[in-house]
Design a protein around this ligand. Structure first.
Ligand SMILES: *Cc1c(COP(=O)(O)O)cnc(C)c1O
Length: 414
């Protein structure tokens, strides 16, 4: 048996993180994290940094919502905060089309279940007040599907993932917001994968009252920091009227530390919990980077590089079924079907971090978060081609790299 005291220092190797997330954290963000001086969580500069983050988040998300801030933790922490106003017995319609919206559906079933419904199956409750509309893997949630369900059920809350990362599908946010308005449902959106990648402003979707995202994907701030959330006044009024069974992730309570008190901006945040100066600095720097580059420029960049990667894997015989711009989800050529895990594992063993799908069917996912350069995409394509070749596929890498180069030359020419 190893003695606890004899564990060597943990060293984690460098990898090419080409998955659906987490994205490669910018070196400037890591430096900001490491360079923050030791400061208490109520130090004036920490509080000022949090208030500046709040203002930057509002521009990043495109909103005037006063209740816009970061929830300490990962994407699920922000989603938990957003769904905290959903109370036992509330009517909810949830659209699920993959791994993540499936977990969001479970979260909402847990929150809307009555005590008896929860006790009947506490880890997988099936409350009568929640309707889950299952859309098959690989398909998007469309305006028609949303309209039909909201017209039929007239729920208090409706939920959708904007971009379903499990299958790489973009769902119809415009259709969702419009249908929520038509049927007076309060829309809740999981924007974990789309924020910082898609060019959109949340205030353009008035049917949606609550938004939640994460630090590690489009925002590129993996060092465990803050999950962006934003709430309209209607959400906050509903929450105030009914309460929520949480202190830590309570939207009104948590907002106070970010200088949002009684629905107004104040000069100084109030204690809620111990926020870390390191995390605040990293989050602040990530927001500065994102805003300097601009959402529309970044969205265009993602689309251009995704097209390059999509073209290359298609030329290798793969069938791409996704339409997100930060991620390519695909089937291997028919002759290699069933060998997806073998391929992913051999890539990962060599420090090339691609992913399988996390729920059925098994597909391969390659992401490009913060890998927006010709050299990064060329490395991904080359490494993937080598792995396909090792599997026995015939890949004409030279011609694929030629086409890739032409794609990039076309941009320089344009
Ligand atoms: C990644 C992801 C999550 C979970 O985020 P974590 O940061 O891992 O907690 C939730 N929803 C969607 C759509 C995601 O892509």
């Amino acid at each position: 048996m190893t003695q606890a005291s004899s564990f060597p220092k943990l060293v984690i190797p460098d990898t090419l993180a080409a998955g659906p997330g987490p994205g490669n954290t910018d070196a400037r963000v890591l430096a900001a994290y490491a360079e923050a001086g030791l400061a208490d969580h109520m130090h004036a500069d920490v509080l000022r940094g949090m208030i500046e983050c709040k203002h930057m988040l509002r521009s990043f998300m495109g909103t005037k919502n006063v209740h816009t801030f970061g929830v300490a933790g990962t994407g699920w922490s922000g989603l938990d905060c957003m769904t905290s106003a959903v109370m036992p017995g509330d009517t909810v319609v949830v659209f699920a089309n993959g791994t993540f919206s499936g977990i969001d559906a479970l979260t909402l079933r847990m929150k809307a279940a009555t005590r008896a419904e929860l006790a009947a199956s506490s880890l997988d409750p099936k409350p009568a007040s929640v309707t889950v509309i299952d859309v098959p893997h690989g398909q998007s949630v469309t305006a028609e599907i949303i309209e039909r369900a909201l017209a039929a059920h007239k729920p208090k809350w409706a939920f959708m993932a904007h971009w379903e990362t499990g299958s790489g599908r973009i769902n119809d946010l415009r259709g969702f917001s419009d249908a929520c308005e038509r049927h007076d449902a309060m829309g809740l959106v999981d924007a974990v994968s789309s924020l910082g990648v898609a060019d959109f402003a949340i205030d353009d979707y008035p049917g949606v009252v609550g938004w939640a995202s994460c630090p590690q994907k489009g925002l590129l701030c993996l060092p465990l920091t803050y999950a962006p959330v934003s709430f309209t006044d209607r959400y906050i009024e509903t929450l105030k009227a009914n309460g929520a069974y949480t202190y830590a992730n309570h939207p009104i309570m948590e907002a106070r530390h970010w200088g949002i008190v009684d629905g107004k901006d104040v000069e100084k945040g109030a204690y809620h919990r111990t926020h870390s100066a390191y995390a605040v600095c990293a989050f602040h720097e990530a927001l500065r980077i994102n805003l300097a580059e601009g959402l529309s420029a970044r969205a265009k960049d993602y689309a251009f590089h995704e097209k390059a990667l999509r073209g290359a894997v298609t030329a290798m015989g793969c069938d791409v079924t996704s339409n997100m711009t930060s991620l390519v989800v695909m089937n291997l050529p028919p002759a290699f079907a069933g060998r997806e895990m073998e391929l992913v594992q051999s890539c990962r063993a060599q420090g090339f971090g691609i992913w399988p799908t996390l729920s059925a069917p098994v597909q391969i996912r390659i992401g490009i978060l913060n890998l927006l350069s010709q050299s990064a995409i060329t490395e991904i394509v080359t490494r993937f081609a080598q792995a396909m070749t090792a599997l026995g596929a015939e890949v004409d890498l030279e011609s694929i790299l030629g086409d890739l180069d032409a794609h990039y030359q076309s941009r320089i020419a344009a």
